[in-house]
Design a protein. Sequence first.
Length: 395
Amino acid sequence: MRPVKQVVLLHAYSRRNSGDGLLVDLSVALLREALGAQTRVAVIAADPASFPEYDDVYAAPVLGHAGAARVRQALAACAGRASHGVAQLQARLDAADLVVGVGGGYLRARTAAQAVKLEIGHMLQMRAARAAGKPTVYLPQSIGPALAGSSGLSDGFGARLTHLLGGFSSVFVRDDRSLSFMARAGNATRAPDLAVLEFERQHDAVLARAAQRDGAVRHVALVLREAPSWDQHKRLHYAQAVRRLARLLAGQCRLSYAVQSTGRGNDDAAYYRQLGIDAPLPSLKQLLAGETPDVVVSVRLHGALEAILHGVPAFHLSYERKGFGAYGDLQVGDWVANAASFDADAVAARIFAAHAVPGFWQSAAGGLAAIRASRAGIVDTLRRAAQLREERDAC
């Protein structure tokens, strides 16, 4: 197979959210593993300036937090008037050998307002990819819901989303509900989150980092975020449980706080201030590289997975199904709980149980074979998609 000249990576967000930055890095690394180290990857990002380490990064024509000009551009595109940004995107896609959707969870809309943003943001990129007619693979996603309820509006929106996805070569999904949502498309395959795939690849190095500590829990780091759009009862429970968990942890060990996302309407530091926490707030990456905690408790999935990759067990307070999917794939399901209803005492008991840390790594080792097989399947799918492009060019 000849080297792939150009891959376009759609739907990147912003490195100001460390988890989204990690998914871009893992997507690019997986592409180069599958297609060769010299593969050129053009990244289409909502916040292109946050990815200075990549040579080819372009602004996505999406509705974000960039003000009235970006809104007008997105609305113009939605109305069929090709904006400069859409024309640039189409030109990149027309020159591509392969189109890839970054791993993540952006193809969802619980409300009409979210559906509008999805329609004139990510679905705009999907339509452009369909129009380009190139082999297209979406890396592990959480997809749906497409509006709540059973109204005609909900059914129609979901049908449009699955119709677009069904026209691509392959779509990988990272949880069972997404697989069910994609059943009508017929091209979806269940696979672990990209960071879970990376855990399998780095397993020996992860265990070596973990072995540098003795398994005792003397220092725990909390990675918090504002509660998602829950009802008042769930938000109240979450706030009370977070405060109780912090008190329990501080009573038994050193407690630190870290942030995973800042800016673009997703500012963890602002939530800490609401809680009255005025302690230093390093990024989780900085904390892991410096005064490494023995355990992390993270409300953000990729904060938890980033800690695990660093050799630190992580308890995940999940607010979406992606967390239960990832921890199920890792076979550490007793280290995840629903953030909307979690029991702070039970979380603390899990962390401070006898042999909790070595038990975490022993459990995670049990899922390696299945994760390895999934990774091989994704790599093979990317190679076959690139081969399809080569065969089309030869005709």
